[in-house]
Design a protein around this ligand. Structure first.
Ligand code: TZP
Ligand code: MG
Length: 219
């Protein structure tokens, strides 16, 4: 089961993350529905403002929706909710619970992703058993409040050469600059504001997927 999910995680090249505050008045559920219709196959629920109860109820719905579309469902931060709704995995940052504890809590079947910002964190992620890592922020982003300075291409180049784990490249990536990131060797791209903030989320998702798939087919 997990091996198959990890295979999909390596194969898919667009990783979409929710952000209701940037979604032009549309709910997380509406946004996820549009992402799914566009063909996106990895969705992360990221919600910093709501109560645990509200988050749980949304994640229950999204779990069912993602199952219906064969989409991988990752939850940011809330490892308890991930367990309660049987999500596919969680994504944690350097200041969240230590990964080893999250692994103890969730077990081997769950995918655990860890944000990294340096070579040291990359090697640490391999050692402590991350299933994939986040690499970024590549460019300046206004989406995340407590974000560190952009790591630029310097750390991306290190990840491309040295990571044995699948990685997701994130931070300020848009339809019009994604090619620069692909040229450095990134394969899976995470986007927040570019997709949730688009007037036509479905159209935007499809356009970016086409771009990423064309790139992969040519390279
Ligand atoms: N982690 C590192 S940068 C970032 C997160 C969640 C936000 C990226 O958002 P955007 O809108 O794609 O720049
Ligand atoms: Mg976090």
């Amino acid at each position: 089961m997990k091996a198959e999910k990890l295979r999909l995680l390596k194969e898919y090249n667009l990783y979409c993350i929710t952000a209701e505050n940037l979604s032009r008045g549309r709910s997380n559920i509406e946004v996820v529905e549009k992402m799914l219709k566009s063909g996106v196959k990895i969705i992360q629920y990221r919600e910093k403002k709501k109560t645990l109860r509200e988050k749980l109820l949304e994640c229950e719905k999204i779990r069912q929706m993602t199952l219906d579309y064969g989409c991988i469902f990752i939850i940011n931060d809330n490892i308890e909710i991930a367990k309660m709704v049987l999500a596919d995995g969680v994504h944690i940052g350097q200041d969240d619970y230590p990964l080893e504890r999250v692994r103890d809590f969730l077990g081997e079947e769950y995918i655990i992703g860890l944000s990294t910002h340096s070579r040291e964190q990359l090697y640490d992620a391999h050692k402590i058993g991350a299933d994939y890592i986040g690499v970024g922020p590549i460019f300046k982003t206004f989406t995340k409040e407590d974000v560190c300075d952009p790591v630029g291409f310097e750390y991306l180049d290190i990840a491309v050469k040295e990571s044995k784990l699948p990685f997701v490249t994130i931070g300020g990536i848009k339809e019009n600059n994604v090619e620069n990131v692909l040229k450095r060797g990134a394969k899976c791209i995470a986007m927040v504001s570019e997709i949730v903030g688009a007037e036509d989320i479905e159209g935007k998702g499809r356009a970016i997927l086409d771009k990423l798939n064309n790139w992969r087919d040519k390279n």
